[in-house]
Design a protein around this ligand. Structure first.
Ligand SMILES: [Zn+2]
Length: 213
């Protein structure tokens, strides 16, 4: 099946966080499975992003995409590295990323090229928590992870919360569905209709996507 690749340009910045090691696993899983820094999405998601693009231009913003299609094999590796419940979905079948129907995003100020302030980074990542998780210490991270949800507030965080809520408005107006416990994650509606998609690389180095029956 055809997935569409979005590349950095215009209002989109592609920075797939599992390509390098700056993520909660400290491991370049996407590089290991051969996907690299490639952002593949379902055509229906592409259409919604095209609708969002002029709105971003008007507001002087760019959308940074940190995760999109995730090969099921990559998901299995990720779950093995971080088995913590409530972080990565238990099975690839339950992660919309493996169906090419989810993206993780944040906003960049197009003038300064800097990321706007949010309650936490995408995936609630910090190098310190990644180090703790690598040692099997999850208590502090679990507390920090509360900042990922829409229920989180704090007196000094008005700006971060306003940005989080603005992102949600923009994404919902473009037709995306928010996830209550992760401000950066957006699904396509009717998520049941998207099959799990397997990934392979042809001998010529071409990416091949096959829906699982
Ligand atoms: Zn996500």
């Amino acid at each position: 099946m055809e997935l569409i690749e979005i590349k950095t340009g215009g209002v989109f910045v592609i920075d797939m966080m599992y390509t390098g090691t700056e993520n909660m696993m400290k491991t370049d899983v996407y590089t290991r499975v051969g996907l690299g820094n490639h952002c593949f999405i379902h055509p229906e998601m592409y259409a919604k992003l095209q609708k969002l693009a002029p709105v971003l231009v008007e507001r002087g913003l760019k959308l940074k995409i940190c995760d999109a299609y995730r090969p099921p094999l990559a998901h299995k590796l990720m779950k093995k590295i971080i088995p913590m419940e409530g972080f990565f979905a238990a099975e690839p079948e339950r992660s919309q990323h493996c169906h090419a129907s989810a993206i993780d995003v944040t906003l960049i100020d197009a003038g300064t090229n800097r990321e706007l302030e949010f309650p936490c980074r995408v995936d609630a990542y910090t190098p310190e928590y990644a180090d703790q998780i690598a040692k099997g210490e999850w208590t502090a991270f679990k507390r920090h992870l509360k900042k990922a949800g829409y229920g989180w507030t704090a007196p000094q965080a008005e700006k971060a919360i306003a940005n989080r809520d603005m992102l949600r408005r923009l994404m919902e107006e473009a037709g995306f569905v928010a996830l209550e416990h992760e401000w950066w994650h957006y699904n396509l509606p009717d998520k049941e209709k998207y099959p799990l998609i397997d990934f392979a690389i042809s001998p010529e180095g071409k990416f091949i996507f096959t829906p699982r029956a």
